[in-house]
Design a binder for this molecule. Sequence first.
Ligand SMILES: *Cc1c(COP(=O)(O)O)cnc(C)c1O
Length: 357
Amino acid sequence: MEPKPGLESIKRIILSFPRKELIHLPTPLRRLNRLTEELKGPDLWIKRDDLTGLAFGGNKSRKLEFIIADALNKGCDSIVTWASLQSNWCLQTAAAARRFGLRPVLVLFHTSEVAPEIDGNFFLDHILGADIRIRRAEKGKVIGLKEVEPTLDEVSGELRRQGQKPYVVSVGGSVPGLSMDKPLGAISYVLAFIELLEQSFSFGLKISHLVTATGSGATQAGLAVGARATGGDVRVIGISVSDKKESFARIVGTIADQTERELGLASFRPEKDILVFDEYIRDGYGIVNREVAEAIRLIFSLEGIVLDPVYTGKAMAGLIDLVRQGYFKKEDTVVFFHTGGTPALFPHRRTILDFLK
Ligand SMILES: *Cc1c(COP(=O)(O)O)cnc(C)c1O
């Protein structure tokens, strides 16, 4: 195995990538005192990536610092991407695009016959005046590249005929391909890991585990690469909100591999190092259940922190369950990544309140 290049040199490599300043860093790290006391398990901390400061914040804005710079360097004047109707990624992309004068074009997948409510992220997309194209999709599923490709071709063709130069980027900014030829989303999360590590040094913390929601994979991949490259023994746990663990081990493993190659790091056998729990997906992507609603209430009422129903609520429900099952040791220190997504809380108001009755 090649020697570990060390934290400073990895940081130097990442900081040499083109990047546009979009967010407030470092995001806060603090102890969840009352939750730790309530669950009587390991020491619980939270990394507030919901406070990045771009359009209600979230993990996507870290990725977009690199992705927007890439689009501008490639001379693009519009950005095309896709996801579900209430996508945090799409809102963050549209907001970041606007900040740099790019035209945001969003292909949004809607799962119902009735016209979508103008609410949550979709409402914010409207305020931004994003160019929105609605397409139909099946409930509880995530839209893959294959299904969206004809629409992407159609939309980028249309933009080109108007004399525009579109930058097309995949859902979540995770998987390289289309206009993004490097794993920029994951690279931003290697840097986030280093930021967290520096904070942990100044607090005198020894982190044993990180817990994050996993959706398109780059957040977990970047954190896992960071953890391994800096030589610690931090375990990165992904709580899947959509796919089975075997599928995510492959996706996250591939992104991690591409990231290590891009950063000139020794590669690891990804799949055995990627830890994903798919036990908390339950009825499917974006479908709220009782445990999620209860986790949102618990964290809000103990800590004053608002989680979202699609990602962080599910990941927190997973973390709470793992603590209760005795997965962690009492002396462990677990950091939960709050990856944002709070605007999606509002369109789910009825379901959440019904579970909390
Ligand atoms: C996209 C998203 C995630 C998942 O991040 P990936 O890098 O796509 O796996 C987690 N939390 C929130 C709030 C998100 O919007």
